[in-house]
Design a protein around this ligand. Structure first.
Ligand SMILES: [Zn+2]
Length: 177
C-alpha cells in the first residue's frame, strides 16, 4: 500500500478486539514500518515499485522490520508522543481502546508477537493491492506474488477503501477512549 499508515485499518481493530493479548505501539508501528523501505530505497531504486525489496518479504518481516519496529516502539515513539500530548495539553489524544501510544510496551514477549503481527500482516495485505511483492526474497527478487484478483486498479482502490474505512471506523469508535 503506498500510504503506509492505512495499514492501521487492519491492526487497530485487531487491537481493540484482542487488547489484553497485544501491545499497542509495536502492533501499530509494525503494520506500517515496511513502507519506510519505499522512502529509503526510492531514490536508489529509481521507482517506487522497484523500491519494494527485503522489507516487503516474509524474511524481512521477521528480521529487519521487526528490529526497526522494536526500536521505534521502545525508543522513538513513546517520548515523541509524550512530548506531543504534553504540548497540546491533552493526554487523551494518545489513548486508543485502553492502550496508550505514549507508553513503552511493558511485556517484551507480547511486544515481539505484536510487532510480528503488524509486519507480517503488512507484507501479506500488500499482496492484494500491489503487483510487485518480493515475498520470498532472496529466493525470488522479481515480481513475486500478487493476488490483485480484480485487476490492478480496481484491486488497489478496493483495498485502500476497505482499510481506510476500517481505520476511520476504529478511530471514531476507540480513539481517545
Ligand atoms: Zn507496503
Amino acid at each position: 500500500m503506498p500510504i503506509g499508515p492505512l495499514h492501521l485499518g487492519f491492526t487497530l481493530p485487531v487491537f481493540a478486539r484482542f487488547r489484553a493479548r497485544l501491545e499497542l505501539l509495536p502492533l501499530a508501528i509494525g503494520s506500517f514500518i515496511p513502507d519506510i523501505e519505499l522512502l529509503l530505497m526510492w531514490p536508489v531504486a529509481g521507482s517506487i515499485k522497484a523500491a519494494r525489496g527485503v522489507m516487503h518479504s516474509l524474511l524481512g518481516a521477521f528480521t529487519i522490520d521487526l528490529a526497526f519496529t522494536l526500536l521505534f516502539a521502545y525508543l522513538v515513539a513513546p517520548p515523541l508522543v509524550a512530548w506531543y500530548v504534553k504540548k497540546v495539553g491533552d493526554p487523551s489524544q494518545a489513548k486508543f481502546a485502553g492502550g496508550d501510544f505514549s507508553a513503552r510496551p511493558s511485556r517484551f514477549g507480547v511486544a515481539v508477537g505484536s510487532a510480528l503481527l503488524g509486519t507480517v500482516s503488512h507484507v501479506l495485505i500488500d499482496v492484494f493491492s500491489h503487483d510487485r511483492n518480493p515475498l520470498f526474497w532472496p529466493w525470488d527478487d522479481g515480481q513475486g506474488l500478487h493476488l490483485m484478483l480484480l485487476g490492478r486498479w480496481p484491486s488497489s482502490v478496493l483495498m485502500h477503501a476497505l482499510v481506510g474505512g476500517l481505520l476511520a471506523w476504529a478511530a471514531w469508535k476507540y480513539w481517545r477512549k
